[in-house]
Design a protein around this ligand. Structure first.
Ligand SMILES: *[C@@H]1O[C@H](CO)[C@@H](O)[C@H](O)[C@H]1NC(C)=O
Ligand SMILES: *[C@@H]1O[C@H](CO)[C@@H](O)[C@H](O)[C@H]1NC(C)=O
Ligand SMILES: *[C@@H]1O[C@H](CO)[C@@H](O)[C@H](O)[C@H]1NC(C)=O
Ligand SMILES: *[C@@H]1O[C@H](CO)[C@@H](O)[C@H](O)[C@H]1NC(C)=O
Ligand SMILES: *[C@@H]1O[C@H](CO)[C@@H](O)[C@H](O)[C@H]1NC(C)=O
Ligand SMILES: *[C@@H]1O[C@H](CO)[C@@H](O)[C@H](O)[C@H]1NC(C)=O
Length: 828
């Protein structure tokens, strides 16, 4: 303010020195340092197009300094100096003072308004140029770049030809229009009009901080969505963008006088002066229709003013909230009919004649081709759509959208092509929908498939009933043994399971002799036996089970239907009073933990074998989670539960805690936390909340254990108190993942496979279930070279923040849960 006080002093001095009333002539366009403009005086631009002086808007008595058209019979103010500081009387004086500022003072010499500059010149003057631009400059210096100040940088509600609406990145200054409060008050009102460079440049109207209109991106000829702002014989317009500035401007190409204004209601209006009518004629006005209301139809909604109601969802999209949508509240928008699955490869569908979406979350490159554009977009899972930037000459440039697509409208002829990411499986319906032949196929195919399915299911149902009756009969007769084991191994019998009576099993296991015992799990001991010449493993469930015989058989039947080469095969069961047993294939190599955590045995598993095992477990788990008809959550995945066959193929065993679940049960709560310390996900251990993602967590730990040869539970490190997860994470963020590798593996390994496995492992043990991979993604990532997402910090990575003994480890069995049926089958 020091400068201003000093300026006040200068001003008083000058007023004193030049107290002679100076009158301005009709052709004066300049106020020099020896003159001042008082209320009633005017200056005009050189050619007489604009005039500046004092005025009162409408019926207001306040006085303002403004610029208006000189040669137009209707007083039309295009710029106001003291918008927010009206003069109350006719005593205002406008004056140029050193070092180069223009000030407006009232009758008692209070500064009402002033320009501002960081520079100073010897002989400052203010001049009204023929463009309507009021500039402060050194007298005689007409170089644009040397202006100390210009009114074009501080517009009111009017955009004049040659004015740049937008950003100067060097000075960090934005030039934007702001509406008048009302006809009598030129102070800034609710609305502003901007050229927004935050994504690919577009023009927006805001009410306060809310966007109310968005032009869509500039496509080389016009704005994508501004159907009314076509090429005009009267003016050219465009957005220009460089490293230092981004701006919108228009130039006149005829002698017709035209201006663009932002009304107090937020309407953008272009006016032309009608010599004949002697009045302003509206040339165009935005909003044109309801569809110009910003994001009226919400994300992925498409507005079509020809329709009633105007909002619809884009093809392949459905309303997010049907109820709201039906009540004509479209703000919640639409979602994909089929969710994206980026890792399995989405596709892009072309939508034509569209106003392109809001580009504030976009990325662009003006030289890329559409093909390059597609490649980039498909590589980044958060890229939702792409299009050309410039529609001239067949199209060029690349525009990518991230986040949801907003403010799309369907136009009838004009508009542009945009390619939107949709799920790959939508492609079937796409292909079939073009071409008449395909349309026929489209109907015939499902019909014939349907027919075959009906016939098949009838056959199966028939056979099932027969089998069920057989099973019942056998149960009664007690002669289950004559159901041949060899048969059960055949695929034909895959959904059925033989029942054995207790005496047969007792014989096979030598009366459960202690020397036949090969393990002891949470649910009872496991014995090796020989049945009909074949080695079997018998899991004898603990007697505390309260499960009834019927339920038990039922659930065994379910599990028997799970057939996968990475799951231990169930051969039969036995239920006799309190005795309940499961008969499994016998796997000679025992369990994974006896290899990887053992100094000598671990040498038997080189890296290719370990990688094979990791993959096998992943596939088996994926099958349980998604591919089987049942959706099973294992809930106790750990190294002891991975068995190895003679070729070291991994087989997941012990579905003792598996919950057979319908889709809706995912994410269910349980009061009883069961599982094994060291493998439990945080949300399960702490809140009893489990989902397939709890298994994914356990899988991640298993992967890290297999790679490192160290047990998460027993892990300790001399340098820190992190557990195996924390240790792996620490190495990972330092780019030293490979150091996690079990020393004994030496040269057997492929570094890229090891590092990839560790990354996948870490992506599986993320704190938030949503951040963890699905098993299908894990399988995909393990086997593909693509770039992996970055893992965040894992859950339970410090030894101390894992719960100690507050939950039930598998050592103390939880056999029944009456309200939530849990399939209790196996124990080691
Ligand atoms: C002023 O307007 C009249 C008619 O409206 C026109 O003939 C004349 O050329 C204009 N003069 C200037 C300087 O624009
Ligand atoms: C000039 O403005 C000051 C501050 O707003 C005010 O106090 C003073 O009364 C004004 N003088 C006249 C003559 O309007
Ligand atoms: C004058 O400009 C400087 C920098 O350009 C700015 O910091 C300052 O706030 C301005 N002052 C006024 C009164 O506009
Ligand atoms: C407007 O005119 C200026 C100066 O001649 C020119 O640089 C600019 O490209 C023109 N803009 C448009 C949109 O035609
Ligand atoms: C745009 O793409 C071209 C290749 O088509 C590339 O050479 C250029 O560096 C890219 N520019 C930017 C800013 O990414
Ligand atoms: C995808 O693009 C977004 C936005 O440009 C960027 O922040 C993110 O890192 C990209 N992701 C990948 C995996 O490249």
């Amino acid at each position: 303010m020091n400068a201003l006080q000093r300026n006040d002093f200068y001003l008083l001095l000058l007023l004193y020195l030049y107290s002679i009333n100076h009158t301005f002539g009709a052709t004066d366009s300049t106020i020099t340092a020896t003159q001042f403009l008082k209320d009633g005086d005017k200056i005009a631009s050189h050619s007489g197009s604009y005039e500046m002086g004092f005025f009162s808007p409408s019926v207001s008595e306040n006085r303002y300094v403004g610029i208006w058209y000189k040669n137009i019979s209707v007083r039309t103010v295009v710029w106001v100096a003291n918008r927010e500081a009206p003069l109350t009387g006719a005593s205002g004086i406008l004056k140029v003072i050193e070092p180069g500022i223009l000030v407006l003072v009232n009758g008692t010499n209070s500064v009402m308004w002033s320009t501002n500059t960081s520079r100073s010149v010897q002989n400052p003057v203010a001049q009204l140029l023929d463009s309507g631009n009021l500039v402060v400059k050194q007298a005689g210096d007409d170089n644009l770049g040397n202006f100390l100040w210009q009114s074009f940088d501080h517009p009111s509600d009017t955009l004049l030809p040659g004015m740049k609406l937008g950003w100067n990145f060097v000075t960090g200054r934005e030039v934007y229009l702001s509406s008048w409060k009302n006809e009598e008050d030129p102070a800034p009102g609710d609305y502003t009009y901007h050229c927004d460079p935050s994504g690919y440049p577009q023009n927006i109207v805001k009410k306060g901080s809310d966007v109310v209109y968005c032009s869509g991106p500039w496509n080389g000829l016009h704005f994508s969505g501004a159907i009314s702002s076509r090429d005009s014989p009267l003016y050219t317009f465009g957005i220009f963008s460089s490293k230092t500035e981004v701006y919108f401007e228009f130039n006149l190409t005829s002698s017709v006088i035209t201006r663009l204004t932002l009304s107090q209601n937020g309407a953008l209006q272009r006016w032309t002066w009608g010599d004949h009518a002697q009045d302003w004629i509206p040339y165009l006005s935005i909003p044109t229709d309801n569809c110009d209301v910003y994001k009226l139809c919400g994300a992925y909604g498409s507005c079509n003013s020809q329709n009633s109601p105007v909002c619809g969802c884009l093809d392949k999209f459905v309303p997010k909230h049907n109820e709201d949508w039906q009540k004509a509240d479209w703000s919640s928008g639409c979602v994909r009919r089929i969710e994206l699955n980026c890792l399995q490869g989405d596709i892009f569908l072309k939508y034509s004649h569209m106003k392109l979406p809001d580009t504030r979350n976009s990325w662009s490159n003006v030289t890329m081709t559409l093909e390059e554009c597609k490649t980039i977009c498909s590589r980044n899972c958060s890229c939702m759509a792409y299009s050309n930037i410039d529609i001239r000459n067949g199209g060029s440039g690349c525009l990518l959208w991230f986040k949801d697509l907003l403010d799309i409208r369907q136009l009838s002829k004009e508009g542009q092509d945009i390619y939107i990411r949709i799920a790959a499986c939508e492609s079937d319906s796409l292909e079939k929908s073009d071409g008449k032949k395909r349309k026929v196929l489209f109907w015939i195919l499902p019909l014939s498939v349907g027919l075959i399915l009906v016939i098949l299911s009838m056959l199966i149902f028939h056979r099932r009933r027969k089998k069920a009756l057989q099973l019942k009969r056998k149960g009664r007769s007690g002669r289950n043994g004559n159901y041949k084991m060899d048969h059960s191994g055949n695929c034909e019998e895959e959904f059925e399971i033989p029942m054995f009576d207790l005496s047969t099993i007792m014989k096979a296991t030598n009366n459960f002799s202690i020397d036949r015992k090969i393990g002891e799990g949470g649910f009872g001991p496991v014995y090796k036996g020989i049945l009909e010449g074949r080695e079997i493993a018998v899991k004898r469930l603990s007697r505390t089970s309260k499960q009834g015989e019927g339920e038990f058989k039922n659930e065994v039947l379910y599990v028997a239907r799970l057939q996968h080469r990475n799951l231990v095969k169930i051969l039969g069961c036995c239920s006799d009073g309190e005795e309940k047993m499961l008969i499994y294939e016998y796997l000679p190599n025992g369990s994974l933990d006896s290899f990887i955590f053992d100094d000598t045995q671990s040498k038997a598993l080189d890296w290719p074998k370990r990688f094979h095992i990791i993959n096998g477990i992943a596939r088996g788990l994926m099958y349980l989670h998604q591919d089987s008809q049942l959706r099973i959550i294992h809930r106790d995945l750990k190294a002891n539960n991975i068995l190895l066959d003679k070729d070291m193929n991994p087989k997941i065993s012990d579905f003792g805690l598996a919950k057979i679940c319908e889709e809706d049960d995912i994410g269910a709560m349980t009061n009883r936390v069961v599982g094994t310390y060291g493998y439990l996900s945080p949300e399960y251990a702490l809140h009893g909340k489990y989902s397939v993602k709890s298994d994914v967590f356990s899988f991640g730990i298993l992967v890290l254990e297999i790679v490192s040869g160290k047990s998460n539970r027993k892990f300790s490190h001399p340098d820190h108190n992190l557990n195996l997860l924390g240790h792996a994470w620490k190495l990972y963020i330092q780019g030293r993942s490979i150091e996690l590798l079990d020393e004994c593996l030496g040269d057997s390994c492929s570094t890229s496979e090891v590092v990839r496995s560790i990354s996948v492992g870490l992506l599986c043990v993320q704190q938030c279930p949503e951040d963890r991979l699905s098993m299908s993604s894990a399988v995909l990532m393990l086997n593909n070279e693509g770039v992996l997402p970055l893992a965040k910090q894992p859950g339970f990575y410090i030894e101390g923040n894992a719960p100690g003994g507050d939950f039930t480890p598998s050592q103390s069995a939880q056999i029944t849960v009456s309200d939530t049926p849990i399939t209790i089958l196996a124990a080691r």
